[in-house]
Design a protein around this ligand. Structure first.
Ligand SMILES: [Zn+2]
Ligand SMILES: [Zn+2]
Length: 281
């Protein structure tokens, strides 16, 4: 199964919950001899400068967004990647609505966490500078830098942000503010983009994948992701084949906020069919 090793189609920057700016990310991609990068910040449109910086460095930036969504049938969160969109103005209202509701919930988290930790608004919000919203990870960054979380993912993190943690009810409230998966897929198609289900094994979205793919609503599936074992990748490749989906892949790079120790920039790749379809869209 051929993969395009000079491409990484899943990365994050300081526009959402990554720790590198787009420029820093693209410089690193160039050093790693990547030719194509999709910057897939959560619910946020890349500014024109990201594409210009990529052109300057000789790294083609693919227009992309990772949308937060709800599987309304199973009441689970999902991530849906949008690639190679043509009309960003169609995507913007959805991005703004999700960012607005996310910021409202993040500020509630901050208010609550001030009862448990010596935090100030000023200290936490400096991590949101340049971000499309106040992301939970901006709060995590502040707690981490102050030495109040031993590591960015671990027991202390779960005690605060897990479903049973201090902010558990607010994590659920954040999800309730996400648009339905159907809405997200419709808007992506209206904008001329391609809809790809991200990391189906991370949020247990395989039933959703099967149903949505059978209905012909999805264009592709993310196969090569740090959350998937080799066995799970084989299963996803089979699902893609049965439903005529193209296959993508990416590192889900978040810099120091990587969710997986193996989420190294440029180490996960799209398959040839997904690469060709996205690049030629
Ligand atoms: Zn994701
Ligand atoms: Zn991601």
């Amino acid at each position: 199964m051929t993969q395009v090793t000079t491409a990484d189609f899943h990365t994050h920057t300081t526009l959402s919950d990554g720790s590198l700016t787009a420029w820093e990310l693209l410089l690193q991609a160039k050093r790693l001899q990547k030719t194509h990068i999709a910057v897939t910040d959560h619910d946020a449109l890349q500014p024109a400068s990201t594409f210009a910086e990529g052109d300057y460095l000789g790294v083609k930036v693919i227009p992309a967004i990772e949308f937060s969504a709800r599987d309304t049938k199973r009441n689970r969160r999902l991530h849906i990647l949008c690639y190679a969109y043509k009309k960003p103005e169609i995507l913007l209202p959805l991005c703004l609505a999700t960012c607005r509701s996310r910021s409202v919930v993040s500020l509630k988290m901050l208010t609550r966490l001030k009862e448990h930790f010596p935090l100030s608004d000023e200290f936490v919000l400096k991590y949101s500078t340049g971000s499309a919203a106040v992301y939970k990870w901006n709060i995590v960054s502040a707690l981490y830098e102050l030495g109040m979380l031993g590591e960015t993912k671990g027991k202390q993190y779960t005690d605060v942000f897990g479903y049973d943690g201090i902010c558990g009810d607010l994590i659920k409230e954040e999800m309730a503010g996400y648009p339905s998966a159907e809405t997200v897929i419709d808007v992506i198609h209206e904008a001329g983009g391609l809809a790809v289900l991200a990391h189906p094994f991370q949020y247990n979205s395989t039933e959703f994948l099967e149903e949505t793919a059978a209905a012909g609503d999805l264009d592709g599936v993310e196969v090569d992701h740090p959350s998937a074992t080799d066995e799970q990748k084989t299963e996803l490749i089979d699902t893609a084949k049965r439903h005529g989906l193209f296959k993508t892949g990416g590192s889900d790079f978040h810099g120091i906020y990587n969710h997986y120790p193996t989420g190294l920039l440029g180490k996960r790749h799209p398959y040839q069919d997904g690469f060709d379809r996205i690049v030629s869209n």
